[in-house]
Design a protein around this ligand. Sequence first.
Ligand code: ARG
Ligand code: ZN
Length: 851
Amino acid sequence: MKDASPQTIYLKDYTPYGFVVEAVHLTFTLDPDATRVKSRIAFAPNPDATDRTFFLHGEDLTLLSARIDGAEVTPSLTEAGLTCDVPDGPFTWEAEVEIAPDANTALEGLYMSDGMYCTQCEAEGFRKITYYPDRPDVMGVFTVRIEGDLPVLLSNGNPQQAGEGWAEWHDPWPKPAYLFALVAGDLVAHSDQFTTASGRDVALNLWVRPGDEGKCAFGMQALKKSMRWDEEVYGREYDLDVFNIVAVDDFNMGAMENKGLNIFNSAAVLASPETSTDANFERIEAIIAHEYFHNWTGNRITCRDWFQLCLKEGLTVFRDSEFTADMRSAPVKRISDVIDLRARQFPEDQGPLSHPVRPESFQEINNFYTATIYEKGAEVIGMLKRLVGDEAYAKALALYFDRHDGQACTIEDWLAVFADVTGRDLAQFKRWYSQAGTPRLSVNEEWDAEAGRYTLSFHQHTPPTPGQPDKAPQVLPIAVGLLNANGDEVVETTLLEMTEAEQSFTFEGLTGRPVPSILRGFSAPVVLDRDPGPEERAFLLAHDTDPFNRWEAGRQLARESLLAQITKGAAPDAAYLDGIATLVRDDTLDPAFRALMLGTPTQSEMAQVLHERGTVPDPDAIHAAAEALAEAKALRLAPIFDALAMACHVEGAYAPDAEQSGKRALGSAVLSLQTRRDGGVTARAQFESADNMTLQLAALTCLVRAGQDAEALAAFEEQWRHDRLVMDKWFAMQIAATAPDNALPRAEALTAHPAFDMKNPNRFRAVLGAFAMNHAGFHRADGKGYDFVADWLVKLDAKNPQTTARMCAPFQTWRRYDAGRQEKMRAALQRIADTPSLSRDTTEMVSRMLQ
Ligand code: ARG
Ligand code: ZN
């Protein structure tokens, strides 16, 4: 199907398209096997372009007819699209094509999900709908007519006329084709209304399948909060008469910001207390905000080309993080984001898939919707904001919206507004966009007691990454505070701006040697190589006034304890256990923060840390150490279980807000320790009495960990077999949380379960993704875990390349492990690579990993 030797596309080769699109009219006549798409597009020569070759993208289309200015033409068809001779001036292109949405299992373009028509066009899906210049710098005004025998027919923009079996839509805002959307189905709306700051009334609808009406209220509230927040914080108003959101069960990613018609994976929008956990609610609120915020950062101002993806994604992730920090707890959000960055972005940046925040080449752009573009992209904006300050950031953003509204932009445009507002030279800062890899930062301290002078000397170094052997120094904003021996802050958080490979900063006028709190708030996405020893860490755990670094001190103690257990056979560190025990019973602290403090590094994070320190990680030893540490913690905290359970008590009806969620998070962390002491008695009681999914799933997870799960798993399945999203949790959790030996047999058995459906990305991820998260289970020494995943990836690739390619990620760390495991992982990757007619998506991923 796909070309044998995929082509590489380069940023440096960018040229503008030869034509501008003045208007687009589309008519869809829907049919599962033979949908007809008629297009009428007004083109005019682009005065900014030199190359006038008329090329339209098109893939998997049957061209029925083509006309230019009304006269039939015969274009030359290529594998990727068509070319045609065109007049010198403006002209009208008309075409009719046929497509087969029901056969579209890739879920890109127009496809069907259980009787409902749905689209996903980002990044390059529109070319599977009709012939078009499918590139983000070509923006047009779309008018769409849909004909189909279904009650609800939706597209972008504002509704126009409609009748029995047809509807028309007009989107007045010029947009690139990747923001096109169409939905048709038997849907019901949960409706509401929003009045913008300037008084425009907007009709809001959340469209779901009949039966899901009860899962809409939370998403709708999240939408209204997002709309208000973007007005208040960024001065951005909504700009159409309607805002539609649709939930769809089969979706490759989380959600999509199509203009006026956001399409969501149902897991990323549907929620109810009985079926969703607190974590689900929080994630849904963040994704609704993210897609809504794209209306300005993505849609009104879009990307010139896909190399600039971080222009909209990094910025929009940054904005949704700010939103969550405002809605909930800022420190808790920051800590959670850093946990996520280390778990997903650091392995990417430090392995064979490492790429800059703005890549310079790709084969398949869908492979670049990565943690680096999104999350590191957001970190880069956070650093920029810290460096210029809140006020200049606000001015720069106002200038960005003002100057670039309606345009398709680049990172150069983005940085120019900051340079213009602040007068700063951002040339060195721009390296964050071009240089891949995680910088390592080390520190030396000097204390001159006589002079009262304290000096911090930093050294930064970024290890080589594929294609980038030598790295230049980055601009690092390093937030530092100094504490005295009593734990009082003697120097408040100060931003040190490091620009050299080596640089010193001096603090004068101190009366005693201070304890430094370095990289407060995780002010730069680096690995801080510094070992101040357990005493200083315990001191910071007890006293640091920066919540992030306080958490980090505990995390480091846990990490060091695990390392010593693994490499020296040491016992779990008493200083860590004491520190945690003191902190966790401190009722002045937010329960959500205490829950985070009780957490320990994941086993794959430990594998990463061991690797960073030059030790080959042994997954079984890591698992054993993690178990031993948890046992020791359970023993240490057993006397205060009851007191902690009291502190977690929630009054009144369930609400997924920060306060209640924090208490339940702490309660769940305690329950998992308690289960180690009471054999599951408390967990079983909670499982039986739970009236919300957070408590029910937490209890079930404890029972799975304890190996006491047979009855509870059966009861849960019986209770929830009708609910797809809850069943995804049932599949995933019992694999991720079970003992390593049991993970593969269980995952294998579940792929034979009647409800396992490889074509549904959520279900596939629930089984295969969860299995890869069972670190020691996936990394079984016999290599059978690798074979199992590889076999399924090969099967899925023929149907859904995009999800297959994404799910290759667990193999990216293969070079970390011992020779035996390395050879088995390499062989599994090679077997995937050797699969006949492997997709371009998966080919690119496995070949980068094997390089
Ligand atoms: N722009 C979407 C978002 O960030 C993601 C869409 C990615 N889709 C894809 N097929 N690569 O919300
Ligand atoms: Zn996005």
